[in-house]
Design a protein around this ligand. Sequence first.
Ligand code: ITT
Length: 185
Amino acid sequence: MILRFITSNEHKYEEIRQYLKERGIECQWVRMKYEEIQDDTTEAISLASAQYLRGKVEEPFFLEDTGLYVKELRGFPGPYSSYVLRTIGNEGILSLLKGRERDAIFKTVISYCENGNISQFTGILKGRIGEYERGSSGFGFDPIFIPEGSEKSLAEMSIREKNEHSHRINALRQFMEFLENKGSA
Ligand code: ITT
C-alpha cells in the first residue's frame, strides 16, 4: 500500500520515508503548508488539521503535529513550538533554562484519515535539554535535545539512530500496528 503523508517539512518526511522503506512500505509526500489552529494541545492541533484537509486531499492520508514540552517551563513551548523556534530559537530556550531543571519530552500526534474517519496515534520521547547546541544533522530542536539514556543530542545522530527511539517513529509504529490489524498494511 502507498501512504500519503502531508507535511511542509522535508526532515519529517525523510525520517518517515526511511522507516517505512525499510519495511517495504512506500510513502508519498504531499508537500504542502496548511493552516494550523492554535490550541493548548498537540492532539487538538493535529485533529483540527486533519479535519481541515478532509475533502481537500485524496484519502487515505496522514499528517502529524509535534511539540517540545519542557517540564520546568510547565510544558512550554508545547503547541507553540514552531513560533518559539522562529522567534527565540534554541538559544532562547537555553537561556530560559540556565540553572534550572532540564527534563523535557517530545510528543508527536499522527492523525490518519480514511473514508472520512480520523484516528490518532501518539508517540513520546523522554529526555533533557542539553547545556548548549550540539550536532548538525536533524532539524528544529534536535541540537538541544538529548534522549534519555543517550550521551548524544538528536542532531548528533543519523536518521536511523534517531528513528530507533523517536517520538515520531513511536507514533508511526502504533499507526502501522493499527493498519496491520485492519489488514491494510
Ligand atoms: P508541518 O508542515 O508538518 O506542520 P512543521 O515544521 O510546521 O511541519 P510542526 O508544527 O509539527 O511542524 O513542528 C513544530 C516545531 O517543532 C517546528 O518548528 C519543528 O521544526 C519542530 N520539530 C518538530 N519535530 C521535531 C523533531 O523531531 N526534532 C526537532 N524539532 C522538531
